[in-house]
Design a protein around this ligand. Structure first.
Ligand SMILES: O=C(O)CCC(=O)C(=O)O
Ligand SMILES: [Fe+2]
Length: 328
């Protein structure tokens, strides 16, 4: 928590802990940090996942935002079947360019292999996946298929509900109602040096700076340094200063971050709206390989909430009443 006492972060964390947490009956859930992240055991994603187990996994996701589902022996077909229960499978525009490097030509799998010859590794900065899409990915499901031999290669996650809640009230009020542009060329051309296919451009979209979560109604901060180019309603200088302040705030808020260690057979599932993540490239020159599948809902992040009928069939949008109950 902050060294200089303004107590906003403390109050936010207290409110976070006030959420009821019922015991689980069909899966084992072990929290990895007080404010974000849990390990899941006792489920086999290559076999049958009962309706009750699936509901408990959804609840564990709502409560913890990122789940390290351990001891899985899964194929990419299993990974896709699981992801499909949360939404429609995403096709990443860079998936094709990674075909050779990643060892798969499935457009629904984004594969990468980082080794001594890599110029960069995927996700080596705080970001949300593909927030430049008009309907950005809601859930990402990452299987790290090769781990570095001598440790390292963790992934860090930050709770973006708390990132918002820990700001002062006048500042939260100022951010509410603003929108920002998220631009794929920022992450992929400026970041990775990738170019769109001839005659095409990478997507760019406008999203609320503060959105409500479709499953809980809670607000979260939705800007990230990889994709967000500017806040629409502000001058460029104001936008740059505000975004910089928000990024520093997210980076320094260790009390609502977790750094998760991979094990053989871990499938990492994160709520890509409510968290940002950062892969840690501390294992150079060793190799680490991964395959990501992602799913999107029928709608993008909204500041107002979601009509129940707008929800994807497998996703429970927050009812207007639930949103009302959480509105402050
Ligand atoms: O390698 C990792 O830990 C995460 C990479 C990443 O950002 C992603 O797969 O979305
Ligand atoms: Fe990522």
């Amino acid at each position: 928590m902050s060294f200089y006492q303004d107590f906003h972060d403390k109050n936010a964390i207290e409110a976070w802990h006030a959420q009821p947490r019922a015991p689980y009956r069909t899966i084992e859930v072990t929290r990895l940090a007080p404010t974000i992240g849990a390990e899941i055991r006792g489920v086999d994603l290559a076999g049958d996942v009962s309706a009750e187990q699936f509901e408990e996994i959804r609840r564990a996701s709502r409560e913890n935002l990122v789940l390290a589902i351990r001891d899985q022996k899964i194929s990419s077909a299993d990974q896709k079947r699981f992801a499909r229960r949360f939404g429609t499978l995403h096709r990443h525009v860079l998936a094709k360019s990674r075909t050779v490097a990643g060892g798969t030509d499935d457009p629904e799998v984004l594969a990468w292999r980082t080794d001594a010859n890599s110029r960069y590794t995927a996700g080596d900065a705080w970001h949300a996946d593909v927030s430049c899409d008009a309907i950005p990915i809601w859930g990402s499901f990452l299987h790290v298929t090769r781990l570095p031999e001598h440790g390292g290669g963790d992934t860090a996650f930050v709770n973006m509900h708390l990132a918002y809640d820990a700001l002062s009230e006048p500042y939260r009020n100022f951010l509410d109602g603003l929108t920002a542009i998220h631009d794929g060329s920022l992450a992929w051309t400026a970041g990775y040096g990738s170019k769109p296919e001839p005659g095409k451009t990478f997507p760019a979209s406008e999203h609320p700076v503060v959105a409500r979560h479709p499953h809980t109604g809670r607000k979260f901060l939705y800007v990230n340094p990889a994709f967000t180019s500017h806040i629409v309603q502000l001058s460029r200088a104001e936008s740059a200063a505000v975004l910089e302040q928000l990024y520093r705030h997210v980076e320094k808020s260790l009390s609502f971050q977790v750094r998760i260690h991979w094990q053989p057979g871990t499938l990492m599932f994160w709520d890509n709206w409510a968290v940002q993540h950062h892969s840690v490239w501390d294992y150079y020159p060793e190799a680490r390989w991964g395959e990501r599948v992602s799913a999107y809902l029928a709608f993008g992040p909204s500041a107002q909430g979601y009509p129940a009928e707008a929800a994807h069939s497998s996703a429970d949008a927050a009812t207007p009443a639930a949103v009302e109950a959480l509105a402050q």
